[in-house]
Design a protein around this ligand. Structure first.
Ligand SMILES: [Zn+2]
Length: 238
């Protein structure tokens, strides 16, 4: 990069970039008044926030607690089969819009702080299998976890867990099939028990459906002697 360009204020570069690539809503493509948001006000307003008194939240939490591997649960929104959140999640996972993952993580991080759980020891994303990582190029849960880490100030650890089995997509599966599909799908790296025994973990996923993946992963963390696993998800499917 020429030295002259380095002296140009970042704000000016930002304005130039906005003229060439005007910021648009990642859900409906409407032009955004400011480039610092992932979606327009109308789309953001259409995403339903989770309230801990909702039946849907309580049912999801009950399922997560089934094997006693998860002690708490924080989620930001509801994931509907249609609508802006689905569009945003799609742009993140298949369109590579990594800024969406970071923004999701920041919102989730604020929810975690509001729930009084921001003092947990570490932030751990659900790992992707290496073959899916190769195919997609990034782990969307890791981007979300990065946003959580930025807001809570808790360190991000991506080196503790690994996906030991390649699991087919959970989407067409029922409750029991999903559980079987992810059983023993996660393993610990050799150094993990030594480093995280007795610590509390914010375990980060994108969308919780039956909770089977989260429970399986939390079980692996308990194998390392963690004190508590707090399940954290951008959204609950309903
Ligand atoms: Zn929009």
């Amino acid at each position: 990069m020429p030295a002259d360009l380095l002296s140009v204020p970042l704000s000016l570069l930002r304005i130039c970039a906005d003229v060439v690539f005007p910021p648009v809503c990642h859900s409906c493509n409407a032009r955004l008044p400011h480039g610092d948001s992932i979606a327009c006000p109308a789309c953001l307003a259409a995403i339903v926030p989770v309230d801990e008194w909702d039946d849907a939240y309580r049912e999801a939490f009950e399922r997560l607690k089934e094997e006693r591997t998860v002690s708490d649960f924080v989620a930001a929104w509801y994931f509907e089969q249609e609508g802006p959140l689905r569009a945003l999640m799609h742009r993140l996972k298949y369109g590579g819009m990594t800024s969406i993952g970071l923004e999701f993580g920041r919102v989730l991080g604020e929810r975690i702080r509001d729930a009084g759980l921001g003092e947990s020891d570490i932030v751990v994303p659900l790992p992707l299998h290496v073959s899916r990582m190769r195919e997609r190029g990034f782990n969307q849960c890791e981007l979300i976890a990065r946003g959580v880490s930025a807001v809570t100030g808790r360190p991000l650890r991506t080196d503790l867990l690994r996906r030991t089995r390649f699991t087919p997509s959970q989407t067409p599966l029922g409750h029991l099939e999903r559980r079987k599909n992810v059983q023993d799908a996660f393993g610990l790296r050799a150094h993990a028990p030594h480093e995280i025994a007795g610590r509390s973990v914010l375990l980060v996923d994108d969308v919780v459906t039956t909770g089977a993946t989260m429970r399986s992963c939390a079980g692996a963390l308990h194998g390392a002697g963690v004190r508590a696993v707090i399940a954290c998800a951008v959204a609950i499917a309903r």
